[in-house]
Ligand binder design. Structure first.
Ligand SMILES: [Zn+2]
Ligand SMILES: [Zn+2]
Ligand SMILES: [Zn+2]
Length: 347
């Protein structure tokens, strides 16, 4: 795999690259023309220094027999990794959106962004200046550099970090803390590159939920047999009736608490819609129902009757134990699967 690290000045991308190299068997790939050379103010000089520190560490390893891994262009870098994608590579040299577009097309590439509070990044930057016997900039100057680095038209980095598949927030105060957090996180887990079947179908269910117009709760469902989608469904009022959010279901629009007056609700549930769409004939033995919310009691009896073999849900609802009891009695397997969140991960 190839991990690309991007982020703000002193957010910690080089520290993370260094960790991956020292502890997880990654190798650093660099571009001969540093993206940072495109901006010539001081923080980027500092970034260059950080990169050369990593290179020094690498050089120490090079003496143990590894070759220098500097490539001329982003295309060279991609070609290089394409032939060796099962090894572990890391780079901090992704400079612009069009390079990133090409990288993101490859199934072995993972973009990881790193951020940290600006006051903490300024402190890290100042500490580094002190260590090198340089005068650190005041906070205001640092903030101005930072704004340029992140937001300047055409060269700002924010459009890179915005597209990261994994977004890290590195507020750790020491390298030990950072290393501990990274060890737990296991960035090199290949499932980050490609969702497994549970993730895949649950994400489809969540996508279906986005189509829902029910005022109470958006729910999505996918029916699967032999890893093929048979049908999908989301909750809402029946055909030819106004949508729930257009007043189609008076109960849902009344704003009573969850579960109140369920029997007067006109909205079909996501599971019901998926079951009706598939029909009993196509469901047969071995069908799995993925639903982003644990089925309610009335859906559970229908699921049982139609011959579903397994129910996988991601979030609980307010009658999970009753539903679980019915499914268990009927011999239908029930399990919870919550896909890994793709929000900000606090290290
Ligand atoms: Zn509704
Ligand atoms: Zn309703
Ligand atoms: Zn239901």
């Amino acid at each position: 795999m190839l991990i690309g690290l991007c982020g703000a000045i002193c957010a910690g991308k080089h520290a993370i690259a260094e960790y991956l190299i020292q502890h997880e068997g990654f190798q650093l790939l660099e571009l001969a023309t540093k993206p940072t050379q495109r901006i010539t103010d001081e923080p980027d000089d500092d970034l260059r220094l950080q990169a050369s520190e990593i290179r020094k560490n690498r050089d120490r390893k090079d003496r143990d027999g590894q070759s220098e891994l500097v490539l001329d262009t982003p295309e060279d870098l991609l070609d290089f990794v394409t032939k060796r994608w099962q090894e572990k590579w890391v780079t901090t040299d992704i400079a612009d959106g069009s390079t990133l577009d090409r990288f993101l097309l490859r199934p072995f590439f993972l973009l990881v962004s790193v951020d940290a509070p600006v006051s903490l990044r300024w402190k890290r930057f100042s500490d580094r200046c002190w260590r090198r016997q340089l005068d650190p900039p005041d906070l205001e100057k640092f903030v101005l550099w930072n704004d340029r680095h992140l937001y300047e038209k055409d060269i700002g980095r924010v459009y890179l970090t915005d597209r990261a598949q994994v977004r890290l927030f590195n507020s750790s105060s020491s390298l030990e803390d950072l290393h501990r957090a990274l060890k737990t996180l296991d960035l090199a887990d290949e499932q980050r590159l490609r969702p497994n079947w549970d993730q895949y179908f649950m994400q489809l269910a969540s996508l279906a939920a986005q189509r829902s117009n029910c005022m109470k709760r958006r729910v999505g469902c996918v029916l699967v047999r032999e890893r093929r989608v048979i049908s999908t469904g989301y909750n809402g009022t029946p055909r030819h009736l106004p949508n729930c959010n257009e007043g189609g279901c008076p109960r849902c629009n009344r704003g009573d608490g969850g579960g109140v007056g369920l029997s007067t609700c006109l909205c079909l549930h996501a599971e019901e819609n998926a079951l009706l769409e598939a029909g009993r004939e196509r469901i047969r033995e071995g069908a799995i129902l993925y639903c982003d919310t644990c089925p309610c009691l009335t859906c559970t009896v229908k699921i049982t009757q139609v011959g579903i073999s397994e129910v996988v849900y991601s979030q609980g609802y307010n009658m999970d134990s009753e539903s679980a009891a019915i499914l268990e009695a009927a011999g239908v397997n029930l399990r919870q699967f919550s896909p890994p969140s793709n929000g900000l991960i606090y290290l």
